[in-house]
Design a protein around this ligand. Structure first.
Ligand code: XIL
Length: 358
């Protein structure tokens, strides 16, 4: 009798705990166990849609404003900063125990017209950029744990891209390669010494000339003590032959330089018809395998600490307008917020965790 009365509370204690451990009910539960962040880009205007907000809070422990921290939103007008949209995302994340990534402080695109066509001089641009980095990072200090300081500075050959910040006319470092990127990282570190500082890039995920240039940039910065903590790999995938082995090798070499790697903008777009339906049904299975392989590649390296998709429901994705409607269905949930095969494969692979060769 005595024995049974001791046993019962023990059973009650362990049975629910066991169920919890063995069957995560969401990506974020599985990600917490695996020791990785699972995130998504967020549009503040959609937070009022119950299914959007509910899915976001249930599934993700990381959020990044899709556009709301870009120059054209924060600084639509010359004379003031407008933090309202970005603040909404940050408040939502805080209310639901999610971390926030900031995107992005320096980019040649998504700038307001008054800046892009303002004919500012290099000293004026330098002053404006330092002010921007400083004010934005201080506004979110302690709330945004990692920033994409510079986005897409390199072209497909690994050369520094033409941009308003580099050479059109630039901040005074035109023709000096990645010196303007370095300046931005130094300003960012001064603005918020606790934030993690990332270089974020597209199409430099596998092994190619661009990823070689990213590697060289990071190595140079590390050697000379330029503050950089990580590399963001965007991973907008449009080929179902995506080279997973190249991605794994690239993650490994960046991690060996002491970098954190964040997968920042993952989506796997498929050919769709004029109604937005997938043309080849089997593509959804292949898509799920690519998602699984990416989670596997990330979890395989201790340096890879976040996996983030660029939105989560096919109802709202940049791919539609970006591809003029010929591609779509790129995300983990369908238009009705139902999980797709890709969702199941991500969940399963997160449940496998970091210490497995599977
Ligand atoms: C895209 C957004 O998804 C769109 O809403 C916006 O109109 C254009 O920018 N690389 C990036 C992201 O770093 O900021 C881009 O986001 C997608 C490509």
């Amino acid at each position: 009798m005595k024995f049974r009365s001791c046993l019962l509370p023990l059973i009650l204690l362990f049975v629910p705990a066991f169920l919890f451990v063995s069957a995560p009910r969401s990506l974020r539960q599985a990600a917490d166990s695996a020791g990785v962040l699972v995130g998504t880009a967020v549009r503040p205007a959609l937070l009022s849609e119950a299914a959007y907000a509910g899915t976001l809070a249930r599934e993700f422990n990381l959020a990044e404003p899709e556009d709301a921290m870009k120059w054209w939103v924060l600084r639509a007008h010359t004379d003031n900063f407008d933090f309202r949209q970005a603040d909404e995302v940050v408040r939502f994340a805080q209310a639901h125990g999610m971390k926030v990534r900031g995107h992005c402080l320096v980019w040649g695109r998504d700038n307001p017209d008054w800046l892009a066509h303002g004919h500012f001089s290099p000293p004026q641009l330098a002053q404006m950029l330092q002010e921007h980095i400083t004010l934005v990072m201080r506004h979110y200090a302690g709330q945004v744990f990692a920033w994409d300081v510079v986005n897409e500075a390199l072209d497909e050959n690994g050369n520094v891209r033409d941009s308003i910040w580099y050479n059109q006319p630039g901040i005074g470092l035109s023709g000096k390669g990645t010196a303007y990127v370095e300046r931005a990282f130094r300003w960012a570190h001064e603005a918020d010494p606790k934030a993690l500082l990332f270089y974020n890039e597209a199409e430099g995920e596998g092994l190619n000339r661009k990823s070689d240039a990213i590697y060289a940039l990071v190595k140079d910065f590390k050697t000379r003590g330029v503050p950089i903590d990580g590399v963001g790999l965007q991973l907008h995938i449009s080929s179902l032959d995506f080279d997973l082995a190249g991605l794994a090798a690239n993650i490994t070499r960046l991690a060996a330089l002491g970098m954190q790697i964040h997968i920042t903008e993952l989506d796997v777009s498929l050919p769709v018809d004029s109604k937005g339906s997938v043309i080849h049904k089997e593509d959804l299975t292949r898509q799920a395998e690519i998602y699984r392989g990416i989670v596997h590649a990330c979890l395989h390296s201790p340096g890879c600490t976040a996996i983030q998709t660029w939105g989560f429901t096919d109802k709202y994705s940049w791919i539609g307008s970006h591809s003029r409607g010929v591609r779509g269905q790129a995300l983990l949930f369908d238009r009705g917020y139902q999980p797709k095969a890709a969702y199941s494969s991500v969940l399963e692979q997160l449940m496998v965790g970091r210490n497995s060769s599977r």
